[in-house]
Design a binder for this molecule. Structure first.
Ligand code: SF4
Length: 352
């Protein structure tokens, strides 16, 4: 049954009819939480034949942030923690920032790193720097502003992640079984579609950079099916209205000026070489790890949460025994249920 929004949309019908003619199994991973939410919101999975498997990958920055980031902060006092709202209920090994706030930690929700900069004019402030390439340039730019203003009360806890090394790590895992990727339109606007050329070259797999409208996603599925039928894996760009082959050079420069590539822990995925960004020595005074001597070495809590397998596409959220029993958005056990872009939250909201 077509969503009412699509009933008179000829292009949607045409795309769905083309997809329906393909009879082989194909496993397509989307690696962006916004795609995960769009697929759920528009009920796209239900419109597709059962041989088209849409699998959610590690595309939610909150979900992949390790518990040590929370653990390192919750015992601090005399400092303001500024964070995006999704982080508030992210579980650490010893509770959440919400718990710590109830116990007296000054935690403020901000909508931009610039809000944290304003807070730092009065209080010692740590901004939790999470996110992928989409949000990183704005945080890097904020560090340069703090540097220019000599704002010594401001610092950033760097928990940044970058997408291409995570895809490589996934594909190097023997557990993962993927035929192609729906690639993130927002991240790709920064890094460019050329950044994924390693997929066909090293892994014989294709990908399509695409936007967030249902027609974008259905077009990307058609393009991946064509690649599969023609046995010609490649990187294609369905989102040319936003994404260029080289990406946003200014944003890349803003990142490179302040941050440098380093190894990083991903919740559920483990230690991935060269998959994170740390603050360069020239800006060390704004690095909260250095300033407060924070310990962010990883320890994964044993809660029964299977987010790691969800993020790798090995299981779907309903296959986790805790899904919709002990784990719900009101009482999230794992990060994939906490974040508004998490796979478990998307399944709970749209696909129960
Ligand atoms: S349903 Fe909850 S416990 Fe299970 S994988 Fe998702 S977040 Fe983790």
């Amino acid at each position: 049954m077509l969503n009412k929004m699509f009933q008179n949309n000829d292009l949607v019908h045409k795309l769905l009819n083309r997809i329906a003619r393909y009879k082989e199994d194909i496993r397509i991973m989307e690696v962006c939480g916004s795609h995960t939410m769009a697929i759920g919101k528009w009920a796209l999975r239900k419109l597709l034949p059962p041989n088209i498997h849409l699998i959610s990958g590690p595309g939610c920055p909150v979900c992949v942030t390790p518990p040590s980031i929370i653990d390192s902060l919750i015992n601090l006092r005399s400092v303001t923690i500024a964070t995006f709202g999704d982080m508030l209920r992210l579980p650490g090994n010893n509770g959440t920032l919400e718990d710590a706030r109830a116990a007296g930690l000054d935690v403020r929700i901000v909508y931009s790193p610039l809000d944290a900069l304003k807070l730092a004019k009065k209080n010692e402030t740590i901004f939790i720097g999470i996110g992928f390439e989409t949000t990183i340039p704005g945080i890097a730019h904020t560090i340069t502003l703090a540097h220019k203003q000599n704002l010594s009360r401001f610092s950033v806890l760097p928990a940044f992640k970058i997408i291409p090394p995570a895809l490589k790590a996934l594909l190097n895992s023997t557990e993962v079984n993927i035929d192609g990727f729906i690639l993130p339109g927002n991240v790709s606007a920064i890094i460019g579609s050329n950044a994924y050329e390693f997929l066909p070259r090293e892994f014989d797999l294709g990908g399509v950079v695409t936007g967030f409208e249902p027609i974008d996603i259905l077009s990307a599925i058609n393009m991946l099916i064509d690649q599969q039928q023609n046995n010609s894996p490649k990187i294609e760009n369905e989102y040319q209205r936003v994404v260029s082959p080289a990406g946003n050079i200014n944003a890349q420069q803003a990142i490179n000026q302040v941050l440098q590539v380093q190894d990083s822990w991903w919740r559920g995925l483990g230690y991935i070489p060269a998959s994170g960004l740390g603050i360069r020595d020239e800006f060390r005074q704004f690095d909260a790890i250095h300033k407060y001597n924070l310990d962010i070495s990883d320890q994964q809590p044993d809660t029964g949460c299977q987010c790691g397998d969800v993020l790798k596409g090995i299981i779907t959220p309903p296959q986790c025994p805790l899904f919709d029993h002990t784990c719900t958005p009101a009482n999230p056990i794992g990060p994939c249920m906490v974040s508004s872009e998490g796979s478990c939250a998307a399944y709970y909201k749209y696909e129960r």
